[in-house]
Design a protein around this ligand. Structure first.
Ligand SMILES: Cc1ncc(COP(=O)(O)O)c(C=O)c1O
Length: 484
């Protein structure tokens, strides 16, 4: 089984086989056979049918999302978590030591972000820890929104939402992650997002101040992104904090640092997240940036006891001091997700984490420099972390802003065509999404469909960067003739 996994990860290709979804459906969706099979036969069937179309994030040509989850210690931790089968819902009989490994990991993350940790001897309950491990950034953000709601109107957990209008949440327009807006609907306060204009992918602070004043009394939280989902631009956290607190100190301040956690590892990069420890809560996603396999996220809170506000009591979850099941909304049984991070962090140490962060950021800067040398490729932002978004500009368009609408439409069409062809061919992968032109590189405010390079893949070399640039340019050249 380990050999199958290793062969898969070490293959150069992203896909062993590229098939349309219906072909894969017809191959894999069948009735349960009556007869039993040997494990060998099941494994053989898996390798033949389900495995070849799988995406291999460890391919050096996969430049799509987060990292590849390939840290050897993290993989070992993931396997041992499967074998040991601990359940973090309770401590005494379900996870006698796993609970304390989880606590150690949460404290390491808190420390990196600059949150204070109490002395170990004072950790007497789960409410002294200041964080919880969850399955992903979406769950962590949803728990943060519950905290904000309880902070605004205590006991809403029990009494229900009475006046949804008081639970407004300020988010940056066009660059936020859907998980915050979706959470508001899941926790019953409705569509309460208040979008505020941005500049260079950060809040326009004048507009932010205006919005906080205008909606005074109706806002439960302000969300800031330390690395948004598109360009990974890191918000000026201290400035956002100061603007909001000066007007209304009771508003819950939440940072989504799913990507930005990486800046906490290095003395050279930490200035990017200056002010983060003044925020009430922070979401981090080690499965995006710490080379650990899916899935693993954490919600950390400045004031550990604040988690009491979203705790549940049940006679099924042990009412014991160290039962994490009491403080993890939406989650019952929970595997030992934190073991892979514990192993990864121990094996790398602080110096190794710093090296990982700096290597990625330097690689992103190098890719940005390659784009800047290229006459047909235009970079759309200054890279703070590992993401670099750019567009191919057809040869009949001079990229001098502001471009007319029809040029923007043509650039978008060609870049969407590039992405489509890339996806169909499966040799390289760059991500694509809609993005406001917040730096006005083509036309301020226009909606663009860029390609995005991510520098997180440790197997991607300088040669791969040059090759993907050639590939995009080749596809762009072919498509610009076709699309007129
Ligand atoms: C900024 C941000 N927040 C939250 C999430 C959600 O994380 P997850 O997919 O781990 O639930 C993402 C995912 O891409 C993200 O980019």
């Amino acid at each position: 089984m380990v050999d199958v996994g290793m062969r898969f990860k070490l293959q150069q290709d992203i896909f062993g086989k590229r098939l349309p979804p219906e072909r894969i459906r017809d191959l894999l969706v069948f009735e349960l056979p009556r007869e039993s099979s040997t494990l060998d036969a099941v494994l053989e069937s898996f390798e033949r049918t389900a495995l070849p179309p799988c995406k291999n994030e460890a391919s050096p040509r996969f430049l799509g999302f987060g990292d590849t989850g390939d840290d050897p210690a993290a993989l070992a931790g993931g396997l041992l978590a499967l074998f040991t089968q601990q359940n973090l819902i309770n401590q005494s009989f379900d996870s006698p030591s796993a609970t304390f490994v989880e606590i150690a990991v949460l404290r390491w993350l808190r420390d990196l972000l600059g949150y204070d940790n109490p002395p170990v001897a004072d950790i007497r309950t789960v409410w002294d820890v200041g964080g919880v491990i969850t399955h992903g950034g979406t769950t962590s953000n949803a728990a943060a929104m519950m905290l904000a709601r309880e902070h605004k109107e205590p006991e809403t957990m029990h009494g229900g939402v009475r006046n949804p209008g008081q639970f407004g949440v300020i988010v940056p327009r066009g660059i936020g992650h859907y998980s915050v807006k979706s959470s508001l609907t899941w926790i019953g306060v409705g569509d309460q997002a208040i979008e505020v204009d941005t500049r260079t992918f950060r809040y326009d602070l004048v507009e932010l101040e205006r919005a906080v004043r205008r909606h005074r009394g109706q806002i439960m939280a302000v969300i800031a992104y330390a690395g948004d989902s598109r360009t990974q631009t890191v918000e000026h956290l201290r400035r956002v904090h100061d603007v909001v607190r000066a007007i209304d100190p009771r508003i819950w301040l939440h940072v989504d640092a799913c990507w930005g956690l990486v800046a906490a590892f290095s003395d050279q990069l930490r200035h990017l997240i200056d002010g983060i420890s003044e925020f009430d809560s922070v979401t981090v996603d080690p499965h995006k940036v710490m080379a650990v396999p899916y899935s693993l996220s954490a919600l950390l809170v400045r004031e550990p006891s604040s988690l009491r506000a979203v705790s549940s009591y049940s006679d099924l979850i042990m009412q014991e001091d160290y039962a994490f099941g009491q403080v993890t909304p939406f989650i019952g049984t929970k595997g030992w997700l934190s073991l892979k991070l514990w192993m990864m962090m121990l094996s790398r140490g602080r110096a190794g984490l710093a090296a990982l962060a700096e290597h990625r950021v330097n690689k992103a800067r190098r890719f940005a420099a390659l784009l800047d040398e290229h006459p047909r490729l235009l970079r759309l932002h200054e890279p703070d972390l590992a993401a670099v978004a750019f567009v191919y500009v057809p040869s009949d368009i001079r990229p001098e802003p502001p471009l007319p609408e029809q040029h923007i439409a043509r650039i978008n069409e060609v870049n969407q065509g590039i992405h489509e062809r890339m996806l169909a061919e499966g040799t390289w992968y760059l991500h694509q999404f809609s993005l406001p032109d917040d730096h006005g590189r083509l036309r301020a405010g226009a909606t663009l469909y860029p390609l995005r390079f991510m520098a997180n893949n440790p197997r991607t070399t300088e040669a791969h960067m040059a090759q993907v640039i050639d590939y995009v340019t080749k596809l762009g050249g072919e498509l610009e003739g076709d699309i007129r």
